[in-house]
Design a binder for this molecule. Structure first.
Ligand SMILES: CC(C)(COP(=O)(O)OP(=O)(O)OC[C@H]1O[C@@H](n2cnc3c(N)ncnc32)[C@H](O)[C@@H]1OP(=O)(O)O)[C@@H](O)C(=O)NCCC(=O)NCCS
Length: 153
């Protein structure tokens, strides 16, 4: 399609029929992907599940919970061919706006110590390291630590 005719990418709620597409992306960008049930349960539990799409092509997604006044990003992903174009930053900023609308005062997330790209994105937005979770993630050889990061909203 001619790029001039393309719609501007938009955010919307993730719906149950989106899960099949989300999973296709999830399995290409994560070594230890969420299962379809993880996403379906998140939708059914009323978590903030959002997708980014252009011309009905889903290319980004994320899941956030809010407990009292603290938001928690559970996962965030951008399809490989859409990465490094600013969409991850836009998606995270979208969640920040949603969290503020719900009166959250802070946002927490975990990132693998080896995931320098994601950690750079979080630092760029203003997240700061507040702790570590030893052996939090499965890894190819044993377990991997998580850095816990927080943004004051
Ligand atoms: C992490 C992820 C969501 C970032 O989305 P993205 O669209 O690729 O990132 P953006 O283009 O918005 O990048 C914004 C900033 O993040 C940082 N960044 C993103 N990818 C990076 C990389 N591979 N290496 C270094 N810095 C990176 C940079 O600071 C960048 O700013 P700059 O362009 O001014 O240098 C995306 O790469 C992804 O889905 N990765 C696989 C899944 C994943 O790791 N999810 C996060 C789990 S905690």
């Amino acid at each position: 399609m001619n790029s001039l005719l393309r719609q501007t990418p938009t955010f919307r709620k993730m719906l149950p029929p989106d899960v099949d597409h989300v999973i296709l992306i999830e399995r290409t960008i994560f070594l230890f992907p969420w299962s379809p049930v993880n996403f379906s349960d998140s939708i059914n539990s009323g978590y903030h599940c959002q997708i980014l799409e252009q011309d009905n092509t889903l290319f980004g997604y994320g899941v956030m919970t809010i407990n009292v006044d603290e938001a928690h990003i559970l996962t965030i992903g951008i399809a490989a061919e859409w990465q490094n174009k600013g969409w991850g930053k836009k998606l995270l900023n979208h969640f920040i706006q949603l969290a503020k609308q719900e009166y959250a005062k802070s946002m927490i997330l975990d990132v693998r110590v080896s995931n320098h790209g994601a950690a750079n994105l979080y630092r760029q937005i203003g997240f700061e390291k507040i702790g570590m979770r030893k052996g939090y993630y499965p890894a190819m050889c044993g377990r991997e630590d998580a850095i816990v990061m927080r943004l004051i909203l």
